[in-house]
Design a protein around this ligand. Structure first.
Ligand SMILES: [Zn+2]
Length: 400
């Protein structure tokens, strides 16, 4: 490169699993893209940020969020959550359905400085009633589930929609059992897109769901506690879980308020069954705990013994593959000018899961800043100073 870089991040520990990088070096950006990665880059730059003592990764991906702010009670402000979570891409896991997707596109996704990749809910109104006061699952009435409408909206928004989302289980689907997943798979076959399936309590059973998922589909809430946990009470992994992995189904954490068990996670990791993707499922009812954000979710897996490189891979390279977006989740020169910069703080940190089981951790990841479109933005020290797309006063609901 001749001339000048726009930005150099100096002396960070660069972890980019897509390129096999893990060491102290510099990352340079120019014209909104990654320009170079290497030790002691000497070309001058308009802005130099010393990130020594910090980890520098590709712009991280949170594969399970809810950010249809203002239109759905569960959703959060995407920009605010990006800085807390340390992510430059958020996958919205089916907050919008065919009946209200256009509003999501125009009022939230298009104006957002952080990339939002939507999965379309099979249910016409999306997740329309998710609060402490009113909780009505969108799959409880199959009159709301119309694969034709899904296909129509996908075809009209092909540039944006990356998959279909369905929430099956007694809580989200009442008596509907496996029917919502079958309808979703029909729409997915018609459009060639992957399915992300939530699973809460039976019906349907874990086996009914896993046996249907195809290579490239995603099971979120994959380390859910009993019932529908991936392990028996003695810790043995169910056969259908192993078969689904062998077939190429992605196992995504989707921590959430009710869907992640520390005991299950420990047991799965001990048996060499790490999650393919680590995501938060952060929303209005869990942002003040037990989830908080993606940084906290990644911290839990680092404290549980996964290597830093494997944790980062599960929030960069692998979700990018599941999204069929090889341009994301990498610091390869020429790719999007995005990066996450965070500190691994050492101390004594107590983490909780959905059952209030605790994990005494020695580490906590804290976002220092993000690079988006080749420009650095520092994460503010206090929550009140976080940048937001929307006015928080209007967003505040009376349930949390
Ligand atoms: Zn969710």
């Amino acid at each position: 490169m001749t001339g000048k870089y726009g930005l150099i991040l100096k002396n960070g520990r660069v972890v980019c699993p897509a390129q096999g990088l893990n060491g102290v070096m510099d990352v340079a950006f120019a014209d909104g893209k990654v320009a170079a990665v290497g030790a002691n880059l000497t070309t001058p730059a308009t802005e130099v940020v010393d990130v020594s003592g910090h980890v520098v990764t590709p712009g991280l991906i949170d594969m399970h969020t809810h950010v249809y702010w203002g239109a759905t009670s569960m959703s959060l402000d995407p920009l605010e959550m990006a800085y807390l979570s340390g992510v430059t891409t958020m996958v919205d896991a089916g907050t919008a359905g065919p009946g209200n997707f256009l509003g999501f596109r125009h009022f939230v996704i298009e104006p957002s400085p952080v990339r939002i990749i939507p999965f379309l809910n099979i249910a016409f109104p999306g997740i329309f009633a998710y609060s402490k006061a009113v909780m009505v699952g969108e799959c409880g009435d199959i009159r709301l589930l119309d694969p034709k409408e899904c296909v129509r909206v996908i075809l009209e928004n092909r540039d944006m929609i990356a998959g279909l989302k369905v929430r099956v289980g007694r809580i989200a689907g009442g008596n509907s059992g496996i029917i919502p997943l079958d309808l979703t798979l029909a729409a997915a076959e018609e459009t060639g897109l992957p399915v992300m399936s939530h699973l809460d309590d039976p019906p349907p059973t874990r086996k009914e769901v896993l046996d249907r998922l195809r290579p490239g589909d995603i099971l979120t809430h994959c380390f859910k506690p009993f019932p529908n946990a991936p392990i028996r009470s003695d810790g043995e992994i169910f056969e259908e879980v192993k078969l689904a992995r062998d077939r190429g189904v992605y196992f995504d954490i989707g921590h959430g308020a009710f869907s992640f068990g520390i005991r299950v996670a420990r047991s799965m990791l001990e048996q060499g069954f790490a999650p393919d993707i680590i995501s938060s499922d952060v929303h209005a009812l869990n942002r003040n705990g037990p989830v908080f954000d993606q940084m906290a979710t990644l911290s839990k897996f680092y404290c549980l013994g996964m290597s830093l490189s494997d944790v980062i891979k599960a929030s960069s390279t692998t979700p990018a593959a599941a999204l069929r977006r090889p341009d994301l989740g990498t610091l390869k020169p020429g790719s999007h000018g995005e990066a996450t910069i965070f500190k691994i703080e050492e101390g004594s940190f107590e983490y909780k899961d959905a059952l209030s089981e605790t994990l005494d951790g020695k580490y906590r990841f804290r976002c220092k800043g993000l690079v988006m479109k080749g420009r650095y933005g520092a994460a503010p020290a206090t929550a009140e100073e976080l940048p937001r797309m929307f006015d928080r006063r209007i967003a505040r609901c009376n349930c949390c």
